[in-house]
Design a protein around this ligand. Structure first.
Ligand code: IMP
Length: 194
């Protein structure tokens, strides 16, 4: 499926975006590159791709379609306490995996790593289940905001230390359906605060 062009969204949610960080085309191109690398790295192995809900839903859907292997897929959902745009590291499991990961090659797929606190918790939790290997793929990496060190095997893009939305990423539950990634206009936050 071709991604809708940015113009289709003008007059709607795109009007709330002040600046595009990554276009749908740039995301698609980079996702294909990562998919090719994953295909080469995991050939002949028991690959289980684990998507971290909800933010990674679009990235994971596009990424797995670029991986030419008989992989299995599962999802995990956690909620991270914090203020509206920053996590605290106190994490609660909302939905666990549906299957055992013992002895399997797990690739954890995230939308964005910010402080790294959420992923640190998830990695520690999943390691206790003794997977054969555990690697991380993330579409965006805000390395500047990192508090907890994370080894990322596959990174789509370095992200500026700003709050971004679109392509799965939300603000207050909205904007996940924007087909590209951008920064919200300050007026959107002002409306929410009013
Ligand atoms: P961390 O624990 O600080 O690494 O935060 C990870 C989670 O916070 C991500 O999976 C996102 O759900 C959310 N998050 C962090 N930065 C952003 C952003 O810029 N836009 C939208 N969500 C974000």
């Amino acid at each position: 499926m071709t991604a809708p062009t940015d113009d289709v969204w003008t007059g709607g949610i795109a009007d709330d975006i002040s600046r595009t960080i990554l276009s749908a085309e740039e995301i698609a191109k980079r996702t294909a590159e990562l998919g090719a690398r994953i295909t080469a790295d995991y050939r002949g192995r028991d690959l289980l791709v684990v998507g971290v809900l909800s933010g990674s839903f679009l990235f994971i859907a596009d990424l797995v379609r670029q991986v030419n292997l008989p992989l299995a897929l599962d999802f995990i959902s956690v909620s991270s306490y914090g203020d509206r745009t920053r996590s605290s590291g106190v994490v609660r499991m909302l939905k666990d995996l549906n299957q055992s990961i013992a002895g399997r090659d797990v690739l954890l797929v995230e939308d964005i790593i910010d402080t790294g606190l959420t992923l640190s918790y998830l990695i520690d939790n999943l390691r206790t289940r003794q997977p054969a290997s555990l690697e991380v793929a993330t579409l965006l990496d805000k390395t500047e905001a990192r508090v907890s060190k994370i080894d990322t095997r596959y990174v789509g893009f370095e992200c500026p230390n700003e709050f971004v939305v679109g392509y799965g990423l939300d603000y207050q539950g909205r904007y996940r359906n924007l087909p590209y990634i951008g920064v919200l206009k300050p007026s959107v936050y002002a409306t929410e605060d009013a």
